[in-house]
Ligand binder design. Structure first.
Ligand code: ARG
Length: 462
């Protein structure tokens, strides 16, 4: 009796009968998340089919014409996915078996042959590397665009004084230009981390199969080349074990971007408070209150802070999933997919929204000048005394005893006196602009090459 009810609950899949609840549990969110991997998996399958049609296996697995019909069918699947018409069912379990089902329905035996010499393990690793590559190049572009917006903001307001703070207390004269350029520089460093992650990610796991390769003369260099990867991962075992590690490396780089943006958000929340009133957020970037008619709340910026915590937690979570995993493929890896994809979504939408916010950010020069109380010049006065020959510690003590005697100065003149590299009087933004433009040129080139991969394998644009 018990046995019968179990069997009634079983569902037919490509890889055998599976209990319906087990199927739902194990397929999990893949049925939904894998929609984002359709294009990547079609690229991987096209490269695999081309390679199979060229290597010396007798009889040949695919003729050239058969390979072309597989590529046509894969293009068709990509197009239907772009129209939102490609369905992954729970019986498919994931995108890989969904695509095989459609290929087999359309092409019969050719569809049944496509999985020769590969496993879903190298297939999903390849799809995720392609997905990551594509997402990273676009993330870097968006980060460079925000850096450009920050640099333009710094240029427009390079001579506007702003009290510099340490411990949040007024410290020394600074400028709006210095403030914005510092965040631009942080973002440019984050871009270096993203590019490093991109380079590590830019290796093909395809041909590793389950984790141990196959006794067929697969040409892993050829598929790496066709897919536009810079090289194959070397050992077939590491090709599979690097999954999870790659996600965590990329998420760490994304978390650094978010940390930069979160601190920018925090400054903006503070400095747009009526008590400061240094900056004013564009009205359309604020949300009102349902009860207090006067409110213009910086919800966007608060969410940037909170979303940063989530990306950090996800980077950490992926490490947790990996840390006790034995070598070779383990299904635990599937759980790294959602945080990975979410990390890109969050970071990219944050980069884009802050760019718009910054372009509309108004600067209140009067409020900024009013912030300059005389004690902001205390250190500058001590250094004036030093210039007259007094030892610094004596000058420090003298100023400390005579704070009441500090005078109001013109901060516009004071900030020009700091002439060492990167200080208010010598920001030399051109060198930061140079790094930003280099990053943009890099993404442009990578995007161009990736578009060529789409053309070559599927005959469509990216
Ligand atoms: N959806 C699976 C994943 O993300 C695909 C690989 C399944 N492989 C397996 N041996 N069960 O990992």
């Amino acid at each position: 009796m018990k046995k019968k009810s179990m069997r009634a609950k079983a569902k037919k899949t490509t890889v055998g009968m599976v209990d319906a609840d087990v199927l739902a549990y194990t397929a999990g969110d893949d049925v939904r998340l894998d929609a984002a991997l359709v294009e990547a998996d079609c690229l991987g399958s096209a490269a695999h089919a081309i390679m199979l049609s060229r290597i010396p296996i007798k009889p040949r697995l695919f003729t050239r014409a058969e390979c072309r019909s597989i590529q046509d069918a894969l293009r068709h699947i990509t197009e239907s996915s772009r129209q939102g018409a490609f369905r992954i069912t729970v019986e498919d379990q994931d995108v890989h078996l969904a695509i095989e089902r459609v290929l087999t329905k359309k092409l019969g035996v050719l569809g049944k042959r496509i999985h020769t010499g590969r496993s879903r393990n190298d297939q999903v690793a390849t799809a995720l590397r392609l997905y990551g590559k594509s997402q990273l190049m676009d993330t870097i572009k968006e980060a460079a665009d925000l850096a450009a917006a920050l640099l333009d903001f710094a240029t427009r307001h390079s001579d506007v004084p702003m009290v510099g703070r340490t411990h949040l207390q007024p410290a020394m004269p600074g400028s709006v230009g210095l403030w914005a350029a510092a965040f631009a520089e942080g973002l440019l460093e984050d871009i270096v981390l993203l590019i490093n992650a991109y380079e590590l990610n830019d290796q093909s796991p395809l041909g590793a199969a389950a984790s141990y390769g196959v006794p067929l003369p697969l040409d892993r260099e050829m598929t790496a080349d066709l897919l536009g990867f810079s090289r194959p991962c070397h050992t077939v075992l590491y090709a599979i074990m690097a999954r999870g590690k790659m996600e965590s490396i990329i998420l760490s780089a994304l978390a650094q971007v978010m940390l930069t943006l979160s601190r920018l958000a925090e400054d903006l929340i503070l400095f747009t408070m009526p008590e400061f009133n240094y900056f004013k957020l564009p009205a359309e970037y604020c949300t009102g209150s349902s009860i207090m008619p006067q409110k213009q709340n910086p919800d966007v910026l608060e969410l940037v802070r909170a979303k940063t915590a989530r990306v950090l937690a996800d980077a950490h979570g992926v490490c947790g999933i990996m840390k006790n995993m034995a070598s070779g493929y383990n299904r635990d890896l599937q759980e790294t997919k959602e945080p990975f994809m979410k990390g890109f979504d969050t970071t990219r939408s944050t980069l884009r929204i802050l760019r718009g916010l910054l372009e509309g950010l108004a600067v209140n020069e009067e409020a900024l000048l009013n912030g300059f109380t005389p004690e902001v010049y205390a250190t500058d006065w001590a250094l004036d005394l030093v210039a007259g020959g007094m030892p610094f510690r004596d000058a420090y003590d003298h100023v400390k005893q005579n704070l009441h005697a500090l005078e109001q100065l013109d901060p516009r003149e004071v900030i020009q006196k700091k002439q060492s590299l990167g200080a208010t009087g010598r920001l030399e933004l051109e060198s930061l602009y140079g790094r930003m433009r280099e990053a943009l040129a890099w993404t442009h080139e990578e995007q161009r090459e990736f578009a060529a991969v789409y053309k070559r394998l599927l005959g469509i644009s990216r």
